[in-house]
Design a protein around this ligand. Structure first.
Ligand SMILES: Cc1cc2nc3c(=O)[nH]c(=O)nc-3n(C[C@H](O)[C@H](O)[C@H](O)COP(=O)(O)OP(=O)(O)OC[C@H]3O[C@@H](n4cnc5c(N)ncnc54)[C@H](O)[C@@H]3O)c2cc1C
Length: 428
């Protein structure tokens, strides 16, 4: 579990004077001709709470995650990317720190925290490694979320407890022939006595190598169209279940992405999650929340890339001075920081709307769409600011850029987000 009081957090100062505390401060000249800061003396208590203001609990939580990310994760990132595998020690620590059951109620061994807290964790982890970011994100925003909302008391007791303490979860909707058009899935479930037999293939399944528990969608009544789609809890050990090809990817390489093969996979009837035929609703609603998690992954990537660029441009000397002395470079950093600020506000707002119980679907789609663009833009600009050094694997920024690309694809492509936003603003 997370410690109540955070241990001292090593300041992330890669090369020079950068301090991050929710705002970015930097000494433009590094030699203190002047210091830019947004801090002002408090003259009156604020009448509303700024979106980026964290509660005491949130502040402590973020500090703990940052300490883990800087101390344990950062030294392993390059190797994990190279070998395309999560270090088992990192997975173990994610459980020990309580990161795998953030919203899971206390009675099932979880932290019983808010959705926003999970978003903070995904952002902080992705600032260092987006593969671990999505590992934790899928567990919390898709898998645990599905059990918390639709699980029976027995399913919650059995699975949420395991997911909070030792078992990795995965979410299996996509197939080779159905991605954006997810409800056109070909995986079938046939009812037989006290169980279902599942046949088909799932593709692109994140956490598939590490997972024991899969929330998996199959159509149990194809004649009813999407109203036949049913969510099942499938365990890796069930007969007829196997893992197929592992993808060799551009980015988030340490995050496993695999094919699942179902050949007369025997799933007990008590493992139907929610009602039969209501799987479409479960997938839509989990993905609505999941998108905010991807937004958090994207702002984490943008933050990591920006911090690296600020540090590097202060260090790098050309024409007899630090390159951050050139206004053109300063303006690029300023653009990147502004982009990140806007994306972070959108992600935090969508997450806080979710916690407040108000409709957040449009805001979640906007946050994912925008933050994925920001992550790509900021990390690409960071490469340019590093010059040739940005293009090689000795420095971190090329990885941020590779990792950013997935934000426009999974949990609904950018076109699908635009479609959702358009429908909601036009009213159709
Ligand atoms: C690394 C990775 C991890 C993933 N993890 C998971 C996971 O854990 N679980 C899971 O279930 N899935 C996962 N996915 C699958 C992912 O959600 C799909 O790849 C995504 O939804 C897109 O589907 P597709 O690849 O079939 O592309 P397609 O749907 O074929 O889309 C191709 C292009 O056509 C466009 N397009 C399609 N339809 C329309 C339309 N109506 N209007 C306008 N444009 C359209 C799309 O925007 C896109 O640009 C993952 C994918 C990747 C790459």
């Amino acid at each position: 579990m997370l410690p109540l009081l955070p241990a001292p957090v090593p300041p992330f100062v890669p090369f020079c004077g950068l301090v991050y505390d929710g705002m970015l401060y930097f000494d433009i000249n590094k030699m203190s001709t002047f210091t830019m800061s947004q801090s002002q003396p408090a003259i009156a208590p604020p009448s509303g709470t700024p979106l980026t203001t964290l509660s005491e609990d949130e502040t402590m939580f973020r500090a703990s995650v940052r300490e883990f990310a800087e101390g344990e994760l950062r030294p392993r990132v390059e190797h994990m990317d190279e070998v395309a595998k999560l270090d088992p020690a990192i997975i173990k620590q994610c459980f020990e720190l309580g990161l795998m059951g953030i919203e899971t109620p206390d009675e099932y061994g979880g932290a019983g925290a808010s959705f926003f807290t999970a978003i903070l964790a995904v952002e902080e982890l992705s600032r260092v490694d987006a593969s671990v970011g999505v590992f934790v994100d899928v567990q919390n925003t898709l898998v645990n979320n599905a059990f918390i909302r639709w699980g029976t008391p027995d399913q919650k007791k059995k699975y949420l407890t395991r997911l909070a303490s030792e078992s990795v979860g995965a979410y299996a909707l996509s197939e080779p022939g159905s991605g954006s058009d997810a409800f056109a899935m070909q995986t079938r479930a046939v009812e037989k006595d006290d169980h279902y037999l599942l046949n088909g293939r799932k593709l692109w399944i994140t956490n598939g190598i590490e997972a024991d528990i899969f929330v998996l969608f199959a159509n149990a009544n194809p004649e009813a169209g999407y109203r036949g789609i049913t969510a099942f809890v499938v365990e890796k050990s069930f007969p007829g279940f196997s893992i197929g090809k592992k993808e060799n990817k551009l980015g988030i390489r340490a995050s496993s992405t695999v094919e699942l093969i179902l050949e007369d996979c025997k799933v007990p009837k008590e493992n139907v999650l929610g009602e039969p035929g209501k799987g479409y609703k479960i997938s839509i609603e989990t993905l609505n929340e999941g998108r905010i998690g991807i937004g958090a992954q994207m702002i984490g990537i943008a933050a990591g890339a920006l911090e690296s660029a600020i540090a590097y441009t202060a260090e790098r000397q050309q024409f007899g001075k630090s390159i951050n002395q050139f206004q053109a470079v300063q303006f690029q950093l300023a653009e990147m920081a502004t982009d990140l600020e806007a994306a972070r506000l959108m992600v935090y707002n969508a997450a806080r709307m979710k916690d407040a119980g108000v409709n957040f679907v449009k805001e979640a789609a906007m946050a994912k769409l925008y933050s994925s663009r920001v992550a790509e833009r900021v990390s690409s600009k960071a490469i340019e600011l590093y010059g040739g050094y940005g293009y090689v694997k000795d420095y971190p920024v090329e990885k941020y850029w590779r990792d950013s690309k997935i934000g426009a694809i999974y949990e609904g492509t950018s076109n699908m987000q635009l479609q959702t936003i358009a429908k909601l603003i036009i009213g159709k």
